[in-house]
Write a protein that binds this ligand. Structure first.
Ligand SMILES: [Zn+2]
Length: 75
């Protein structure tokens, strides 16, 4: 959904107009958020995704060990 263009200020002090939830600073290439509170939301989202990936890898390792490695070892 397009947002109303609004001036945002990057942590490096560079100010520019943004109309997206997240855009990139032209000077230091850092992410700049339209809503200041979104920064935490994105951080939490990233942590959640990382957690899910770790859980999936752990599960796949367990399945691999149970279904493939254990029968092979017991032959
Ligand atoms: Zn910057």
């Amino acid at each position: 959904m397009p947002l109303k263009p609004k001036p945002v200020t990057c942590a490096c002090g560079h100010t520019f107009t943004s109309s997206r939830d997240r855009s990139w600073c032209e000077r230091c290439a850092n992410a700049v958020y339209y809503h200041a509170k979104d920064k935490n939301k994105y951080k939490l989202n990233n942590m959640y995704i990382t957690g899910v990936i770790v859980a999936v890898i752990t599960f796949l390792t367990y399945v691999f060990m149970e279904l493939i490695a254990t029968p092979l070892l017991s032959l």
